[in-house]
Design a protein around this ligand. Structure first.
Ligand code: FCB
Length: 444
């Protein structure tokens, strides 16, 4: 068995997706509140107003985690719960909530992994330009300082951003996420500020949590060329360096944007001081990887590789998200990142699958596809570890069925089924399978 006994088996969630209590106890409005309350933005008009009501049910949820044998739990802090206006006045009730959550986790022997930004930006800051305003580097620093001062005595694993690619491009270029802007160049501006904010936050956390581990979580898709032709290979390569995964990896680990990408992006990068991104390159202790699917790229009909063309794979196995199931991709990415950007500790901070699960029958929710998905991805992770990749933990996405952004409650990623009328939790068969798996992997 390649997984070490102290491997951290866990589960992940995020604040807006599970907490509910959207405006309670002084929490300020976040961009997802505004967006989900705007007709036509989220499937079925769903909002995070109640979500899983985790804000009130966290004690039971931690009992559930304990019962499953989870060693670690990855959650995010809601910025507008702490700073309703984004900066300035601190809402103590918001900090108190995370204080209680952390204490309860520690009492249950579950290691808290805290993410500062998982997309619920205070609306008040969005009104001032959000991630497009360079001042956000200071705003994020202020927020980071407050949270790390308060929780740093007990939380030792800190993540600045979750998936800055999504926070930059799905938000500002593709319009799918709050607040739904649609201009490619804006995606690059936001990416730049997300990177600078990361670089500014890490030393603040180090200062406040000297014995802490600090990292960032990046989404990684497997990117393969449709054929062996040079043009298709170039297309797949450019999909990564010109605004894809290397757009974040290179600045964070090397201090500059990928030159091959920059060459193709002249207009989109206008007005950005590209050299300033060297401040994103500060030593970190770990990199979190969120891995879900593969994408296949080809050159365009006229042979040009840019912008790369996505080639649909109609016959490939997929989840309900229409994401291709491709476990080898996890192995490829872990080994690639280790060789290219390592050595650095790695975690799979998200991996999982949505299926249209049926409500419990006699307390049982059958989800064999999800079990198969997990088994295959564990095997891929195991192969990477056997080859020397320092993978330290794995967090299934997600603990609970939850508010899956623009898809509302229709896409169930949980290993625990949530009835969104009664809010009853029922561990699916995958949760019970995971419980047995963890017990077998970690037994003395
Ligand atoms: C990731 C997000 C997470 C969830 C999963 C399915 O991109 O980090 O919040 O939406 O996808």
């Amino acid at each position: 068995m390649a997984f070490p006994k102290d491997f951290l088996w866990g589960a992940a969630t995020s604040s807006y997706q599970i907490e509910g209590a959207a405006l309670e106890d002084g929490r300020g409005e976040c961009i997802w509140h505004r967006f989900s309350h705007t007709p036509g933005k989220v499937l079925n008009g769903d909002t995070g107003d109640v979500a899983c009501d985790h804000y009130h049910r966290y004690i039971d949820d931690i009992k559930l985690m304990k019962d499953l044998g989870l060693k670690a739990y990855r959650f995010s802090v809601s910025w507008p719960r702490i700073l309703p206006q984004g900066v300035g006045e601190v809402n103590d009730l918001g900090l108190d909530f995370y204080d209680r959550l952390v204490d309860e986790l520690l009492a249950a022997d579950i290691i808290p992994f805290l993410t500062l930004y998982h997309w619920d930006l205070p609306q008040a800051l969005q009104d001032r330009g959000g991630w497009l305003n360079p001042e956000i580097v200071g705003w994020f620093s202020e927020y980071t300082d407050i949270v790390s001062r308060r929780l740093g005595d007990r939380v030792k694993a800190w993540t600045t951003h979750n998936e800055p690619w999504v926070a930059a491009f799905l938000v500002h270029a593709f319009g799918e996420h709050a607040p739904g802007l649609k201009e490619w160049a804006l995606g690059f501006q936001a990416a730049h500020h997300l990177l600078l904010a990361h670089g500014a936050a890490v030393p603040i956390i180090r200062q406040n949590v000297p014995d802490g581990q600090v990292g960032i979580v990046l989404d990684q898709a497997e990117r393969t060329p449709a054929t062996d032709s040079e043009a298709d290979q170039q297309a797949a390569y450019l999909s990564g360096v010109a605004g894809g995964h290397q757009w974040f990896l290179d600045p964070i680990f090397k201090g500059y944007y990928p030159p091959d990408g920059v060459r193709y992006l002249t207009e989109q990068l206008e007005g950005i001081d590209l050299d300033a991104v060297k401040s994103a390159c500060v030593p970190i202790d770990y990199l979190g990887i969120n891995y879900y699917f593969r994408m296949v790229f080809a050159a365009n009909e006229d042979g040009t590789p840019f912008p790369p063309r996505i080639v649909p794979q109609p016959d490939a196995p997929k989840t309900q998200m229409d994401w291709e199931i491709y476990p080898d991709g996890l192995y490829n990415i872990l080994t690639y990142i280790h060789k290219t950007y390592g050595p650095i500790d790695l975690y799979v901070t998200e991996n999982g699958a949505a299926y249209p699960d049926r409500p419990p029958v006699n307390g049982v929710v059958e989800d064999p596809e999800r079990i198969a998905y997990l088994q295959q991805h564990f095997a891929a992770a195991e192969r990477a570890i056997a080859e020397g990749v320092p993978l330290k933990g794995y967090f299934v996405w997600s603990l609970l069925d939850n508010f899956e952004w623009a898809f509302g409650y229709e896409r169930r990623f949980g290993i625990v089924y949530v009835d969104f009328n009664t809010l009853t939790r029922t561990p699916k068969q995958s949760a019970l399978w995971y419980k047995d798996w963890i017990a077998a992997q970690t037994k003395a």
